[in-house]
Write a protein that binds this ligand. Structure first.
Ligand code: ATP
Ligand code: MG
Length: 425
C-alpha cells in the first residue's frame, strides 16, 4: 500500500496546532498519527507581529507533534488567515489547442492560468485559485471539461490573495525550523473542507471559523467556493469584555467564559424558567477576584450577548457584500474554538434568520477523538485539503507550488512525493 506522510501547521491567534497524518494513496484515507496544541505567541488577528516569538511557539508545537507521531516534519501545509485576505472571482478564456478539438488537461491548465492573470500589486500574492465552473463553446455549468469537444474553453475561478509580507513572515518562521512549505491554505478553506458535506456545498452554505482573534469565512454556491473573507474580531473579544465588565483578569474572564459555555445548555434551560435556580455560581471557579454576586444571567445578557450580536452583524454584512445571500439555503456552519461560546448559535439564528450548526472535522481516521473539537477544524482541514490535492482524488489538479510562486515548477508534486518517501516507516 502506498502511503505518504502529511503535516499541517495552523498558526492561530490563540493556539499553534500541528497535525501529522498518513495518507493512503490508494484509498485517500488519512490516518492521524500525531498532533499538538500549544499556546500561540506573536500573532494578532492572524498577522505575525513577532517572528521570534511565533517561531519559538511553532517549534514547541511541532516538536511535540513529531514526538507523538514518531516522525520528523520536513514539509507542512500552513494556514493563512486574517483581514489581509481578500478574494475575487475571475474569468479565463482560451482556444482549445488540439486539432481534433478534444479538451486536454493542458487546456484546463492554460485556461486557469488565463483566469489567474489579474493585476496584483507587489504587496499581494495569490494563495488559492479554485475553478467554479467551466464553459465549452458557451455551454456553462461544466465541472470537468477534459475529454469534451469544443473550440472555446472558459472558466470562472475564485481567487484568494494574501499580504506578501505576512506570507514572507510565515516562510521565515518555517525556514528557521527547517520545514519546507508544502502550500499556504486559507484557514477558511481548510476549515470548510474539514467540516462541510457535499450536499451543503451543492445547496449553498457559509462556513464561519470563529477563532480567537479573527473570523474566517467562505461561501460555497452550487458546489463551488465562491466568496472568502476575514473579519478582524474573534472570541478573545468576548473574554476581554468579561474582564472589563467584571473587573477581573483575562485569565479569570477566560475561565468564566469556558465555564458558562461548558454548561450552556443547563444554564439556558434554567434561565428560561421564571425563577431560575442559581446553581451555577462563579464561586466554584475559585477565582482570586470577588465575583460571587454576579449571576450567569448578568454576564450573558449584559456582556456576552451584545458582542455576539456585533459578531453576527459583521457576518451578515459580509454575506450581503458577497451577493450570495439568496443562494445559501444550508445556512451557516460555524466552527473554530469560538463557535462553542454560550449563546452563539441562538444569537446567530436570531440575527441572520438562517439555520446554523456547529462544524467539526470528521473526515480523518486514527487519533481522531482529540481532533474533532471545532478548534481543530482548520488543522484537520490542512492535511485533508493538502492531501486531497497532492495524493488523493484531486491529485495534480492543484499545484500548491504554482499557486505559491506564480510560476510552474513542472513535476513538483512528483518531486514532493519522492522527497516524502524517504520518511516512510
Ligand atoms: N469549549 C469552548 N467554549 C467556548 N469558547 C472556547 C472553547 N474552546 C475554545 N474557545 C475559545 O475559542 C478561541 C480560540 O479559538 P481557536 O483555537 O479556533 O483560535 P485560533 O485558531 O488560535 O485563532 P485565529 O483563528 O483567530 O487566529 C478562544 O477565544 C477560546 O476562548
Ligand atoms: Mg483559527
Amino acid at each position: 500500500m502506498r502511503e505518504q506522510i502529511l503535516a499541517g501547521i495552523d498558526i492561530g491567534s490563540s493556539k499553534i496546532a500541528t497535525i501529522v497524518g498518513i495518507i493512503s494513496e490508494d484509498s485517500g484515507e488519512i490516518r492521524v498519527i500525531g498532533f499538538n496544541i500549544s499556546p500561540s505567541r506573536g500573532v494578532k488577528k492572524g498577522l505575525i507581529t513577532d517572528i521570534e516569538q511565533v517561531t519559538a511557539a511553532v517549534e514547541e508545537s511541532v516538536e511535540k507533534a513529531e514526538r507523538m507521531a514518531g516522525h520528523k516534519i520536513n514539509q507542512a501545509f500552513v494556514s493563512v488567515g486574517g483581514p489581509h485576505i481578500s478574494s475575487l472571482n475571475s474569468h479565463g478564456i482560451v482556444a482549445v489547442s488540439t486539432q481534433n478539438h478534444e479538451i486536454t488537461h493542458e487546456d484546463v491548465d492554460r485556461v486557469i492560468d488565463a483566469a489567474r492573470a489579474i493585476s496584483l500589486s507587489t504587496t499581494r500574492q495569490i494563495i488559492e485559485v479554485s475553478p467554479r465552473e467551466y464553459s465549452v463553446d458557451g455551454q456553462s455549468g461544466i465541472n470537468n471539461p477534459v475529454g469534451m469537444s469544443g473550440v472555446r474553453l472558459e472558466v470562472d475561478t475564485h481567487i484568494i490573495t494574501a499580504s506578501t509580507t505576512n506570507l514572507k513572515n510565515i516562510d521565515r518562521c518555517l525556514e528557521d525550523l527547517g520545514i519546507a512549505n508544502a502550500g499556504y491554505i486559507f484557514s477558511g478553506v481548510a476549515s470548510s473542507e474539514a467540516v462541510l458535506t457535499d450536499t451543503e456545498k451543492d445547496l449553498g452554505v457559509v462556513v464561519v471559523d470563529i477563532g480567537g482573534g479573527k473570523i474566517d469565512m467562505c461561501i460555497y454556491v452550487e458546489g463551488a467556493l465562491s466568496y472568502s473573507a476575514s473579519i478582524p474580531i474573534g472570541a478573545k473579544h468576548i473574554t476581554n469584555d468579561i474582564a472589563v465588565g467584571l473587573r477581573v483578569s483575562l485569565e479569570s474572564a477566560e475561565k468564566i467564559k469556558l465555564y458558562l459555555s461548558k454548561h450552556a445548555k443547563a444554564i439556558q434551560e434554567s434561565l428560561k424558567k421564571r425563577n431560575p435556580e442559581h446553581k451555577f455560581t462563579l464561586d466554584q471557579l475559585n477565582l482570586p477576584e470577588q465575583v460571587s454576586d454576579v449571576t450567569p444571567k448578568t454576564i450573558l445578557s449584559g456582556i456576552i450577548a451584545p458582542r455576539l450580536e456585533e459578531i453576527f452583524s459583521f457576518i451578515g454584512e459580509e454575506i450581503d457584500r458577497s451577493n450570495f445571500g439568496k443562494q445559501i439555503p444550508s445556512g451557516l456552519v460555524i466552527t473554530g474554538g469560538g463557535a462553542q461560546t454560550i449563546g452563539m448559535i441562538e444569537m446567530g439564528r436570531k440575527i441572520l434568520g438562517l439555520p446554523i450548526r456547529i462544524g467539526i472535522s470528521n473526515k480523518l481516521t486514527g487519533l481522531t477523538d482529540e481532533v474533532t473539537d471545532p478548534q481543530f477544524a482548520t488543522t484537520g482541514g490542512l492535511i485533508f485539503y493538502g492531501g486531497k490535492y497532492s495524493y488523493g482524488d484531486g491529485a495534480g489538479e492543484k499545484d500548491f507550488k504554482q499557486v505559491l510562486k506564480g510560476v510552474s515548477l513542472g513535476g513538483s508534486i512528483g518531486k514532493l512525493k519522492d522527497f516524502l518517501k524517504q520518511f516512510l516507516p
